[in-house]
Design a protein around this ligand. Structure first.
Ligand SMILES: C[S@@+](CC[C@H](N)C(=O)[O-])C[C@H]1O[C@@H](n2cnc3c(N)ncnc32)[C@H](O)[C@@H]1O
Length: 346
């Protein structure tokens, strides 16, 4: 933790300022220590990361454990340059930036950025291009350890283990908040989104991506399978996720297309020609297989879907309503099969 961070964070329990007591430091980096508030709340700094998570309820712990184990197993694959660039380009496309120049031009106008649910920190790295801006990258899971190891030396990124539903910051602190592929994994997507916007300044921008509701047979299969997989052990679910990756691979290798001659409204299938793997994937069963042949990542993507206790799907109308309810105007809205990406201005 950079010692300057103590000037930005507050106690997530009572909102009071925090005092830093360092035990071990390396140059300006606090490796071990404590943050305490006048009311006696204490938060450890362990291995360079302040630890603010306080929620110990079952659903939360299960979801966080799911991600902790995923990142522990797959962090290398997700830090891979190819994956970083793929995710970056997907991000630029979904949120309407088109290219890094446009994103960086926007980032030049920001000074305090929240990356809520940073995972292994790739998005925080993307947001750190403006050296005058501070990026606060939080995650509730142990992924933050891998994020810190990889990007902790970047001078304007702060990695913090925290729950995005109980943030250690003052309201209206940020001018850009991004929560990409995260909110649907919290207890309640809508209330988490609305809570985050409280930390956004007037005229600030919030970007979110949430899972889209799929066609009915796929939704049925997801609900049916998840009642088993969310109760499996980590290893059992990894094995199941591997089975799904192999199935996706086998379908993909077919390299065959099918043509559906007319719409099937009950199944929400449109007439058209589809690759067999994509057809099964979008309409019937999540069996992800990465086109670049990366087995580890494919298992990880399936595991992300099947293991976390919370993995909600939403319709575009629902998402539009959340923004309307709190007067955050939508400046960009993109729906693709997998999810919905929205930018909103407060
Ligand atoms: C699918 S990953 C997305 C990571 C990253 N945003 C990206 O786009 O690569 C979801 C992340 O959200 C985190 N997460 C889930 N619930 C959270 C919460 N309540 N507070 C903070 N992070 C949370 C998980 O630990 C996980 O690392």
């Amino acid at each position: 933790m950079k010692s300057i961070l103590v000037n930005y964070v507050i106690c997530p329990e009572c909102g009071k300022d925090l005092t830093l007591k360092s035990k071990t430091t390396k140059k300006d980096e606090v490796i071990d220590g404590k943050l305490t508030c006048p009311k006696g709340h204490k938060f450890n700094i362990i291995r360079g990361i302040p630890r603010f998570v306080v929620d110990k309820t079952d659903g939360f712990v299960k979801t966080e454990d799911a991600f902790s184990s995923k990142w522990k197993k797959f962090n290398k694959s997700y830090h891979d340059k190819k994956w970083f660039l793929y995710q970056r380009n997907w991000f630029l496309d979904r949120f309407g930036w088109k290219n890094t120049q446009n994103l960086n031009k926007f980032l030049k106008t920001r000074t305090k950025i929240l990356d809520a649910g940073t995972g292994i920190g790739n998005s925080a790295k993307l947001f750190s291009s403006n050296p005058d801006a501070q990026v606060f990258a939080i995650d509730a899971s142990m992924s933050i350890e891998f994020a810190y190891k990889k990007y902790g030396a970047t001078s304007n990124i702060h990695f913090i283990q925290a729950d995005l539903r109980k943030l250690p910051f003052k309201k209206q602190f940020f001018d850009f908040v991004c929560s990409d592929q995260v909110l649907h994994h919290t207890k309640d997507t809508e209330t988490s989104f609305k809570y985050l916007t409280k930390f956004l300044q007037k005229n600030g921008l919030i970007s979110i991506y949430v899972y889209n509701k799929k066609a009915p047979m796929r939704e049925f299969a997801d609900d049916y399978i998840r009642q088993f997989t969310t109760n499996m052990t980590e290893n059992e679910c990894m094995e199941f996720s591997k089975d799904m990756a192999y199935l996706g691979k086998a379908l993909s290798k077919l390299k065959k297309k099918i043509t559906i001659p007319r719409d099937i409204p009950i199944l929400q299938i449109k007439a058209g020609t589809y690759d067999v793997q994509r057809f099964i994937y979008w309409y019937f069963l999540k069996c992800f297989w990465a086109e670049d042949d990366d087995l580890q990542r494919s298992i990880g993507v399936n595991y992300d879907w099947y293991y976390p206790k919370f993995a909600y799907r939403h319709t575009p109308d629902e998402v539009r309503k959340w923004f309307k309810d709190i007067n955050v105007s939508i400046t960009h809205f993109k729906e693709v099969e997998s999810g919905i990406s929205v930018n909103g201005k407060k």
